[in-house]
Design a protein around this ligand. Structure first.
Ligand SMILES: C[S@@+](CC[C@H](N)C(=O)[O-])C[C@H]1O[C@@H](n2cnc3c(N)ncnc32)[C@H](O)[C@@H]1O
Length: 306
């Protein structure tokens, strides 16, 4: 984001509400009244560039945008927070490769039973999925054979960077030099990810509110959605978590960011205490509490409607 100058055009309260509602209904992003000046500044520059005279006209331009590369995509690129870095919240990634993946493999009957599928929902510029593949390789898990990683984001700009796989120093604030040296090639103070890691991540442009596109994803063993739903309104958070529950295999895991939880959002998951972290897990058919829940449901069923 460039330097933010005050907007030449003022945003009225009514315009703010219209724009905030459009963004909320399109992608779940929540802009409270305190964000009015942020929207005014960020979108104001654009409005002038487009030769528009009011935010009402800009709202119209966004609403009538039907193309993937259009104005809505520009607004999303410029309003989403894409902050990320390699090995962010590392304890959780360690839990993933050292505890979750081996336990899923064991439950399924060993490595021969197929790859564990992981979805990074809201992967930004790719540091998160690439971190998973690197840590997995370090832990003796063979990407491709034991593990498949899918990664998606709504921001086209962030995805472009993810697919390119070239990063600056700031992305390595939590990465040891030896690890960077092993998996990246340095050129002109930038670092290109090694093809052996890169080829194991499949990227897709996907809005978490787009049920049609999400239905194209198969069932998953693990979903990471870290530091994403924090920006959503409550209704969208619940909706997205419900979708994750549907997409996960029984016994699958949901990994949220450390400042996020399912309190008030869902009771469909149980909290599992692993050695390295606490994570959410969808009940599997063999879980005792799942059986209890099933028995209760059957009992209610037998009693019939009230
Ligand atoms: C702060 S980044 C988190 C990146 C990474 N998961 C991490 O924890 O480092 C949040 C990402 O969520 C994406 N995002 C926001 N709303 C989204 C939506 N409706 N669908 C898909 N991605 C979304 C943003 O574009 C942004 O890249």
């Amino acid at each position: 984001m460039g330097e933010e100058r005050p907007s030449e055009v003022a945003m009225t309260e009514a315009e703010f509400r219209m724009l905030a509602e459009l963004l909320r209904s399109h992608c779940g992003l929540h802009f409270g009244t305190e964000s009015r000046y942020l929207l005014e500044r960020r979108l104001g520059r654009r409005l002038v560039e487009l030769g528009l005279r009011s935010f009402t006209s800009y709202h119209y331009a966004l609403r009538s945008d039907t193309t993937a590369e259009g104005e809505l995509a520009w607004a999303i690129d410029n309003l989403t927070t894409n902050e990320t870095y390699f090995l962010r919240e590392r304890q959780q990634l360690t839990a993933l490769v050292q505890e979750i993946i081996p336990s899923l493999q064991a439950r399924r009957g060993g490595r021969e039973s197929g790859a564990i599928s992981i979805w990074c929902a809201g992967c930004s510029s790719g540091e998160e999925p690439y971190s998973i593949v690197m840590l997995a390789a370090e832990a003796g898990i063979e990407p491709g054979r034991d593990l498949r990683v899918y990664a998606s984001d709504i921001s086209k700009q962030a995805l472009h960077k993810a697919r390119r796989g070239i990063y600056r120093e700031a992305s390595f604030r939590q990465t040891e030099p030896w690890l960077r040296h092993k998996y990246f090639v340095e050129k002109d103070s930038q670092f290109r990810i090694n093809d052996e890691i890169k080829k194991h991540v499949t990227f897709a442009h996907l809005n978490l509110m787009d049920e049609k596109r999400i239905s194209l994803l198969g069932v998953l063993d693990v979903i990471l959605c870290r530091n994403v739903i924090i920006y959503f309104d409550l209704e969208t958070k619940r909706h997205v978590v419900k979708t994750f529950h549907e997409k996960l295999r029984p016994g699958g895991y949901l990994l949220l960011g450390h400042s996020e939880s399912l309190i008030n959002l869902s009771t469909d998951f149980e909290l599992e205490h692993l050695h390295h972290d606490m994570v959410y897990r969808k009940a599997s058919e063999s879980d005792p509490w799942h059986e209890t829940a099933e028995r209760t449901l059957l009992a209610v069923d037998r009693r019939g409607p009230r």
